[in-house]
Design a protein around this ligand. Structure first.
Ligand SMILES: *[C@@H]1O[C@H](CO)[C@@H](O)[C@H](O)[C@H]1NC(C)=O
Length: 425
C-alpha cells in the first residue's frame, strides 16, 4: 500500500510537473505565435507602403491575358521623378542624336522585316495607353512577398556581372550563375545594339532564372562599376510566372544600393506609350518552327550625355539620365552580349534550367538561339560591327557559344544549352 501510495504521490508530482511543462510550452508557443503574427502584420503594412511607393496613380488600367495589370501613368508622375537627382529634371521627349538616322518623332516608319512586324506585347490584345501616359506593369503584394525583403524586390541578389577574365570562375559552384557571352573591351564605347532571338527556356526551380541580354559596363568589374542592361528574361521569382519578358537593369555601384529591374526604382525616364518594361513578349520562337527576334539599341546622346534605349525599329523607350552614373557619365569600357542562368545546384547536381532555346549552338538556326547584327557605337558616334569579339563560358558542356560573321547577319553567335545532361552533371 505504502509503496503503492508512494508511487501515487510520485505519480501526482510527476503529473504536476507535466502540467507545468505543458503550460510553459503553451506559453512559449503562444509567445512565438504572437511574435510571428506581429512580424507578419508588420511585414504586410511594410508591403502596403512599398506598393504605394511603386504603383503610381493610373489614368487607365488594362488587364493583360497573362495576368498582369498595366497601369497607364501620366508621364510626369512616373517613378523616375522620385529620384533625388531628378527632382527638377526637365524631361526630354526625344533624343538630340540617333546613331542610325535623323530621328523624326512625327514620321511613322514602316516596320521592316516580317519577323518584327508581328512582335508585340501580350497586353496589347486588351487595349492601349492614352497619349502622354506610359504603361507600367503593376507590382502586386504577392510579388513583394515572394522576395526575401520588399526593399530588395526588383534588385539583383547576385552582385556580379559576367567576368570573362577572372580565373575564379564559378565552375561547379553550387549557387552559381553561369554565362555564355561574347564581349569587347579596351576601347571607349558609346552604345551597343543586337537583335536577339526570343525563346521561352524552362526553369527547373523558382529561385532560378534564364536571360538573354547585353551589358554596357563602365569602370572596373571588381570595383564600383556602372552597368546598363536590356534583353529578355524568364524569372519566376521576379514576375510570378514563366513568361518571357522584356527587361532592363541599371546600377551605378556594382548592384549594391542603386538601380533595379525595369521601373521598380526611380532612375529610367520612360517616354514611350506602347511598350511596358517587364511586359511579356509575344510571340515566341518554336524549335524547328517560326523564329522571332527583338532588336535593342542603347546609345549615349552626345548632347546631355543621357543613355537612350530603343526597342524594335520604332519604339524609343526613354533614357537613363547621365546624372545617375559615375563611369558611364563618360563612356563604357566593356560591352557583353549573351545568356545567363542561375544553376541552384539542387542536390549538388546541375539543374535542367535552359539557356536560350535549351539547345547547343552547333544545332544552328531555328534550333539554337542567336544574337545577330551585333554592333557598338564607337567614339565617333558611329554604329558599327566591333573589330572582333571574344567569348566566355564557365562550363561549355552545360551552356556554350559559337560566333561567326556573314553578310546578312554581320557579327553573330549562337549560344545556349540544356543545363543538366549526360555531359553536364
Ligand atoms: C514554371 O515552370 C516550372 C517547370 O518548368 C513549374 O514547376 C512551375 O510551377 C512554373 N511556375 C509558375 C509560376 O508557373
Amino acid at each position: 500500500m505504502d509503496e503503492a501510495g508512494g508511487h501515487s504521490i510520485h505519480g501526482r508530482r510527476f503529473h504536476g510537473l507535466q502540467q507545468l511543462l505543458f503550460l510553459a510550452l503553451l506559453c512559449f508557443s503562444f509567445l512565438l505565435c504572437s511574435a510571428g503574427e506581429e512580424s507578419l502584420s508588420r511585414r504586410r503594412s511594410h508591403v502596403q507602403r512599398h506598393l504605394k511607393r511603386l504603383n503610381k496613380p493610373a489614368v487607365k488600367n488594362i488587364q493583360s491575358p497573362d495576368g498582369d495589370t498595366i497601369d497607364c501613368v501620366h508621364v510626369s508622375n512616373q517613378p523616375a521623378f522620385d529620384h533625388p537627382f531628378l527632382k527638377d529634371h526637365a524631361i526630354q521627349m526625344r533624343p538630340s542624336f540617333h546613331p542610325e538616322r535623323i530621328y523624326d518623332e512625327n514620321k511613322v516608319e514602316e516596320l521592316s522585316g516580317r519577323k518584327s512586324s508581328t512582335m508585340a506585347q501580350m497586353w496589347h490584345q486588351n487595349g492601349r495607353c492614352p497619349e502622354n501616359t506610359i504603361p507600367i506593369r503593376r507590382t502586386k503584394g504577392e510579388d513583394l512577398l515572394r522576395a526575401n525583403s520588399a526593399k530588395r524586390y526588383g534588385r539583383k541578389k547576385h552582385r556580379e556581372p559576367p567576368k570573362p577574365n577572372s580565373v575564379d570562375s564559378e565552375t561547379n559552384n553550387g549557387g552559381g550563375h553561369q554565362h555564355a557571352i561574347a564581349y569587347v573591351e579596351g576601347d571607349r564605347y558609346y552604345g551597343a545594339k543586337a537583335t536577339i532571338n526570343v525563346w521561352n527556356p524552362k526553369i527547373q526551380q523558382s529561385n532560378e532564372f534564364s536571360l538573354s541580354q547585353f551589358w554596357i559596363l563602365g569602370g572596373p568589374l571588381g570595383g564600383d562599376f556602372n552597368s546598363i542592361e536590356a534583353g529578355w528574361q524568364v524569372s519566376p521569382d521576379l514576375y510570378g510566372d514563366n513568361n518571357t519578358r522584356l527587361f532592363t537593369y541599371w546600377t551605378s555601384d556594382a548592384y549594391q544600393a542603386t538601380g533595379c529591374y525595369n521601373l521598380l526604382c526611380s532612375g529610367f525616364v520612360q517616354i514611350n506609350t506602347e511598350i511596358a518594361l517587364g511586359g511579356s513578349i509575344f510571340p515566341i520562337s518554336a524549335y524547328h518552327g517560326s523564329q522571332y527576334d527583338i532588336s535593342i539599341l542603347i546609345w549615349k546622346d552626345p548632347k546631355g550625355g543621357n543613355w537612350w534605349m530603343q526597342f524594335g525599329n520604332d519604339y524609343v523607350l526613354g533614357y537613363w539620365p547621365s546624372s545617375l552614373f559615375s563611369y558611364l557619365a563618360d563612356s563604357a569600357t566593356m560591352i557583353e552580349w549573351g545568356g545567363e542562368v542561375v544553376n541552384s545546384g539542387a542536390d549538388g547536381r546541375h539543374t535542367s534550367t535552359q539557356m536560350g532555346s535549351g539547345h547547343f549552338p552547333e544545332e544552328g538556326f531555328a534550333k539554337a538561339s542567336y544574337f545577330r547584327n551585333i554592333q557598338i557605337v564607337d567614339d565617333s558616334n558611329n554604329l558599327r560591327a566591333p573589330d572582333g569579339i571574344d567569348s566566355f563560358t564557365e562550363q561549355s558542356n552545360c551552356y556554350d557559344l559559337e560566333n561567326g560573321n556573314n553578310g546578312e547577319w554581320g557579327t553573330y553567335f549562337y549560344y545556349g544549352g540544356p543545363g543538366r545532361s549526360e555531359n553536364c552533371q
